[in-house]
Design a protein around this ligand. Structure first.
Ligand code: AHR
Length: 655
């Protein structure tokens, strides 16, 4: 009897603990608080971590036009079976200043093979059965007997693809040949053999897979662009990031040099090449094969609004901070005006006509533009005023994105925030790379922002598991959940925050400079981090209108590690609840839905794990990934348990 009483008492205590712990929330589904901007969750693209060359730009040959400071970097002289010869780099700067280097190869032996091999970007990713397209610019004297034999070698030296072509012209001509690879290899190299006595000049030695994004020749890596498309992004910000600014002004991104024939796009060193002493990447350059036309096309392909960011006459203030004198700013401003014309202008305009000539007569419908990347100080304000006046005078509908500096607060932020609000700026670009704790503690950041002031673009953010710039930062679940918690605050304040993007986007596992990053890849594979899935869950479930989700009269933003927000998707007739349990304790929650009748079947998508330090990897790409389930709802009370370290998206259909 005594045992039964104790058992009963224990059962009661347990029951009491659960019901006492149960969290009751109210969702006021018929009280619209804000509209969610269609551009809300987007993509920040920068050529950092070999994101473009060596990454999404599918070119497999590194230093294809011999323009690195060491012109034969990435190349190695080769000979076999008695082959012999000489390779010279020639500078034709007077004739072609934008593409000055070519190589002259003189084959001196009538037998064997002589030539050079290219190591690719930490090797070349080659797939069995895939067609590869080799191309080269070549010319040779009439009496030269030299022919080109192309081979793909596996890391062990086996030939896994081969082709031959014979250039005949004495003036520069592009030659192309396709062949199929016989094996899959992530660290292949390309051998360009020159066979037969004589001389030959070469430039733009290139190898692309046949299968690229939309199968565009010389295009982008399909698997990586697919990952972007799968985010259904509202916008695509390009080309960065600090790459816009350059370490000095000569190193800045100049969009006009990034369009047209690829052999006329001037190569420059990538600013991330030497940025971090502990992650030096001396072989990191920009070919601009992924240039502004490709950015606009990609944005269009994936349904994202294009968002170019332009240099405003200032080099990166973390580096030289070089400034263009105020009376020399005109060409920079003109670049901005011309870009708008390039994107939107009719066929009767100079730049619109050029766009049409590049294959896109239809305008790209550019609506916004960033003036400067992560600038700060009075010099920025001075330059910003000139840009803004010129742009607004000619294109009053274009929204200007303005930097409020690299940090979420402090002297520089305060000055820009105050000044740009006084000047009625359109959209302020805030950046924050902080620890997960900061993100959890700042989920209410926008609750008190002026509702009538400029809109906010959370233009670059990512939770840093160690500290900003640390090579030990990891894309942990803990960081992803902190971002999700913070993003409930973005969504709740959708009337103020109209755009947000995680940064940086891509990283090559063997060639990165900055971590954490949203998507990691090697030469053949790629994976989305837990942070990627957080971005995706918000983006795919952004809804159309925010409605209140309350605990009593309070927002759900941090108490007991819980964060939540709710929105309607008017088009799909859905109520979407997002709930983050950032703590180690399971949470029993009840959402009481008012102002809407809901169907009894709900869907729940969960992203979580009992271990918050878990990361995804190339070998375990979906260790942390969304899992779908269904939930039966009784009446208007939606009850569920949210496990520790878990983000859930609950979708309820209206009757
Ligand atoms: O995302 C990496 C860098 O962080 C960006 O280039 C810059 O804008 C910021 O400082």
């Amino acid at each position: 009897m005594k045992r039964i009483v104790v058992l009963f008492a224990l059962t009661f205590v347990c029951f009491a603990a659960v019901s006492q712990d149960e969290k009751n929330y109210t969702v006021l589904a018929n009280q619209i608080k804000a509209q969610v901007s269609p551009t809300m969750y987007g993509i920040f693209f920068e050529d950092i971590n070999m994101a473009a060359d060596g990454g999404v730009y599918a070119e497999l040959v590194k230093n294809r036009s011999f323009e690195f400071n060491t012109p034969l970097a990435g190349w190695q002289q080769q000979q076999k079976n008695g082959g012999a010869g000489k390779i010279r780099v020639v500078n034709r700067n007077d004739e072609r200043p934008e593409n000055p280097h070519i190589i002259k190869v003189n084959v001196t032996s009538p037998v064997g093979y002589f030539g050079l091999s290219n190591e690719g970007f930490r090797g070349m990713g080659i797939k069995k059965g895939e067609t590869y397209s080799f191309s080269v610019m070549a010319r040779k004297p009439l009496k030269s007997n030299t022919t080109i034999v192309v081979e793909l070698h596996s890391a062990k030296g086996q030939v896994i693809g081969k082709a031959q072509l014979t250039p005949l012209a004495t003036s520069w001509q592009k030659y192309n040949i396709k062949f199929v690879a016989s094996a899959t290899e992530s660290k292949a190299s390309l051998f360009v053999w020159l066979k037969g006595k004589g001389a030959i000049d070469l430039d733009m030695v290139s190898l692309f897979p046949g299968h690229t994004w939309k199968n565009r020749p010389g295009g982008l890596r399909a698997d990586l662009v697919q990952k972007l498309a799968d985010l259904k992004p509202g916008f695509l910000r390009f080309p960065g990031g600090c790459i816009v600014e350059g370490r000095d002004l000569a190193n800045r991104y100049q969009w006009k040099k990034s369009i047209g024939d690829i052999d006329k796009r001037e190569n420059i060193v990538n600013r991330w090449n030497t940025e971090f002493g502990h992650r030096l990447t001396p072989d990191y350059y920009q070919t601009f094969g992924l240039g502004f036309m490709e950015y606009f096309l990609t944005a269009e392909d994936i349904g994202a609004t294009p968002l170019p960011i332009l240099n405003c006459g200032m080099a990166c203030q973390f580096n030289t901070g070089q400034l263009v004198a105020m009376d020399k700013l005109d060409p920079y401003v003109q670049d901005a005006l011309d870009l708008i014309e390039f994107a939107n202008g009719g066929l009767d305009t100079k730049w619109g006509k050029l766009r049409a000539g590049l294959g896109h007569p239809k305008p790209f419908n550019l609506k916004m533009l960033g003036v400067g990347n992560e600038q700060w100080g009075e010099q920025y304000i001075e330059r910003w005023k000139i840009f803004t006046k010129a742009i607004k005078d000619k294109y009053p509908d274009i929204k200007i994105i303005s930097s409020v500096g690299p940090f979420a607060g402090g002297k520089e932020f305060d000055l820009l925030n105050k000044t740009f609000r006084e000047l009625n700026a359109d959209i302020l670009d805030e950046h924050y790379y902080n620890g997960p704790k900061w993100f959890l503690e700042n989920a209410k950041r926008y609750d008190k922002y002026d509702r009538k002031g400029p809109k906010i673009f959370a233009g670059e953010y990512a939770a840093q598991s160690v500290t900003t710039g640390s090579p030990d930062n990891k894309n942990t679940l803990e960081c992803a959940l902190a971002e999700a918690a913070f993003m409930t605050g973005l969504e709740r304040n959708a009337d103020v925050v109209t755009m947000a993007s995680y940064a940086p986007l891509f990283a090559h596992v063997d060639a990165w400079q900055w971590t954490p990053d949203l998507i990691w890849f090697d030469n053949l594979r790629s994976y989305g981090t837990p942070n990627y899935y957080v971005q995706q869950l918000f983006s795919l479930n952004k809804g159309t209108d925010v409605v209140p989700l309350l605990e009593g009269a309070e927002m759900v933003s941090g108490k007991d590690g819980c964060y939540a927000t709710a929105c309607l998707d008017k088009n799909k007739k859905e109520l979407i609840v997002k709930f983050v349990n950032s703590g180690a304790k399971s949470q029993s929650v009840v959402f009481n839905i008012e102002g809407m009748d809901i169907k009894s079947k709900a869907t729940v998508t969960s992203l979580g794990h009992t271990d918050k330090t878990v990361v995804n990897s190339l070998d375990k790409p979906r260790a942390i990934s969304p899992v779908d389930s269904t939930l039966t709802v009784n009446g208007k009370a939606v009850k569920l348990t949210v496990e520790p370290y878990t983000f859930k998206v609950i979708k309820l259909k209206s009757i």
